[in-house]
Structure formats: structure tokens, C-alpha cells
Design a protein around this ligand. Structure first.
Ligand code: NDP
Ligand code: 8X3
Length: 243
């Protein structure tokens, strides 16, 4: 029987690359995101299926989940991102709420409704895409780092609550990956976004997808708890060697 994988935020970056690589190793992939046009062309390329999904909206999440097979083997909770880089004294409440809704509540919400399908597979696996922002902090980053620290807490709680069940839980924490992440963070400002990766070689979305696929293709008794992956040129979130 073909194994089933669900990838949230599959319309770009890490999610799209992960969907591609999961399909390459034999999974039937169900793709979710808001930009359906992008999802549909990727789904056609990898013989997957595209479904509209806004992880911040409970009705969208339950509608999405209702379209999935009764058994799901892998859920990659990838949808997320950062909005802004303002210091706490200039805190933007909409930015903070959106980051919490997407990265934290969205991840937990999708997992909640998908859980029965993961359990029904007899061999479920949830992969949560965190960040080194869940392990460190940096000036201007509090809204995002607080959200990604919360992702760590949610991830670890899943591992505890599902103790004894055949459901693996993995957190993958990347450093700088060149995707649309910075474009979104800086509200479409391409110059600002480009500067983030200037003079250094960031990770690619494929590097992270490769890690996800490695984690989910270990034998069923092996739980990869956490992987931290950074570019060689990045030692800390804000310590980047540039030429
Ligand atoms: P991208 O901006 O390229 O991709 C983000 C994806 O999330 C898009 O597919 C977007 O789809 C989706 N998304 C955003 N909001 C929602 C929502 N409300 N509902 C459903 N989908 C949503 O960035 P990345 O690929 O880099 O980001 C993927 C994950 O990796 C994020 O969780 C990010 O925090 C994390 N990460 C990124 C790093 C980096 O340096 N790039 C480093 C560490 C972690 P759409 O807009 O179509 O809905
Ligand atoms: C993205 C990595 O260092 O920009 O999660 O916060 S960082």
C-alpha cells in the first residue's frame, strides 16, 4: 500500500521541496496552503493532490482534513514564517498574533484534527518544522523567536502525550534557508530580503527536505527527536560569516 504524507505550506520553499522529495521516495502527497494555483501545478508534477488550507482558520483546517484518506502516515507541519523584525518597544500586535496563529496554533490545530488518521495508520509520524529561532533569540526577533520557542514546547508535549503510541515526533530546526521567508518577513521588500543571504551560502529548501525524508524513512522503532541544521557560515542566528 502506498504511504500517505501531508505537507502544510507546500506552495513554496521548504514545504514544496519536501513534498517533491517525499513523492520521489514513494509517498502519495497531499498538499495544503492558501495559494492553490501553485499547489495545483506542484501536485500535477508529483502526482499528488492540492487542497486549500489556511492553518489559522479552524474551519479551513477541518475541511482540509476531511478530504484526506482515513490513514495518514506522515504529517509535516511546515506552514509558518515571520512577520517583521521590530524591537519590543515598537511591537506590532498584528505581526505577533499572526506569527503565533500560524507557527504555533496552526501547527497544533492541524495535528489535533489529523491525529485520528495518524493513529489509524499504525505507524504515524509528525515532523514539526521549528527553527534555530526556537533555541536562540536575537534583537528584533522576539515575536518570531517566542513563537518558535513555543513550537518546541508543543513538539515536546506531543512526544510525552503520545508515549506508548506508534506515532513518532521529530522537530527539525533550520538556520538560514533561502526561500520566500525573508520576502514575507519584510513584506515583499526584495532588497531587504536579498541582504539576509548576501555574501554567504545559505541552506536550500532541498537541504531541509532531504533531512525530513531521512527522518521519516528510518525504521519504525527509531525516533529522531530533533535535528538542528545550519549553513557552515552560520554559527548562531546573528553570527554569520560573509565574504
Ligand atoms: P516560505 O515563505 O517560502 O514558505 C512558507 C509556506 O507557509 C508557504 O507555502 C505558505 O503558503 C505557507 N503558509 C504561510 N501561512 C500559512 C497559512 N496561514 N496557512 C497555510 N499555509 C501557510 O518559507 P519557508 O519555506 O522558509 O518556511 C517554511 C517553514 O520553515 C516555516 O515554518 C518557517 O518558519 C520555517 N523556517 C524557515 C527558515 C528560513 O530561513 N527560511 C529557517 C527556519 C525555519 P501560502 O502563502 O500559499 O499559504
Ligand atoms: C529562520 C531562521 O535565524 O532568521 O527561522 O530566525 S532565523
Amino acid at each position: 500500500m502506498q504511504k500517505i504524507a501531508v505537507v502544510t505550506g507546500a506552495s513554496s520553499g521548504i514545504g514544496a521541496a519536501t513534498a517533491r522529495q517525499l513523492a520521489t521516495v514513494g509517498f502519495k502527497v497531499f498538499l495544503g496552503a492558501r495559494r492553490l494555483d501553485r499547489l495545483e501545478s506542484l501536485a500535477a508534477e508529483i502526482s499528488g493532490t492540492a487542497h486549500p488550507l489556511d492553518v489559522t482558520d479552524p474551519i479551513s483546517v477541518t475541511t482540509f482534513v476531511a478530504q484526506l484518506p482515513e490513514q495518514v502516515h506522515v504529517l509535516v507541519n511546515n506552514a509558518g514564517g515571520a512577520f517583521g523584525l521590530e524591537p519590543i518597544t515598537e511591537l506590532d500586535e498584528d505581526h505577533w498574533l499572526s506569527m503565533y496563529q500560524t507557527n504555533v496554533l496552526g501547527l497544533a490545530r492541524v495535528t489535533k484534527y489529523l491525529f485520528p488518521r495518524l493513529e489509524a495508520s499504525g505507524n504515524g509520524h509528525v515532523v514539526n518544522i521549528g527553527s534555530i529561532a526556537g533555541l536562540e533569540t536575537y534583537p528584533g526577533g522576539a515575536g518570531y523567536t517566542a513563537a518558535k520557542h513555543a513550537v518546541r514546547a508543543v513538539n515536546d508535549t506531543m512526544r510525552l502525550e503520545w508515549f506508548g503510541k506508534p506515532i513518532r515526533v521529530t522537530e527539525i530546526d533550520p538556520g538560514l534557508v533561502e526561500t520566500e521567508f525573508s520576502l514575507v518577513r519584510f513584506d515583499g521588500d526584495t532588497e531587504k530580503a536579498k541582504k539576509v543571504y548576501a555574501g554567504m551560502q545559505p541552506l536550500s529548501a532541498e537541504d531541509i527536505a532531504d533531512t525530513v525524508v531521512w527522518a521519516v524513512t528510518r525504521p519504525a522503532h527509531v525516533n529522531i527527536d530533533q535535528i538542528v541544521i545550519k549553513p557552515l557560515a552560520q554559527a548562531r542566528a546573528t553570527m554569520v560569516h560573509r565574504t
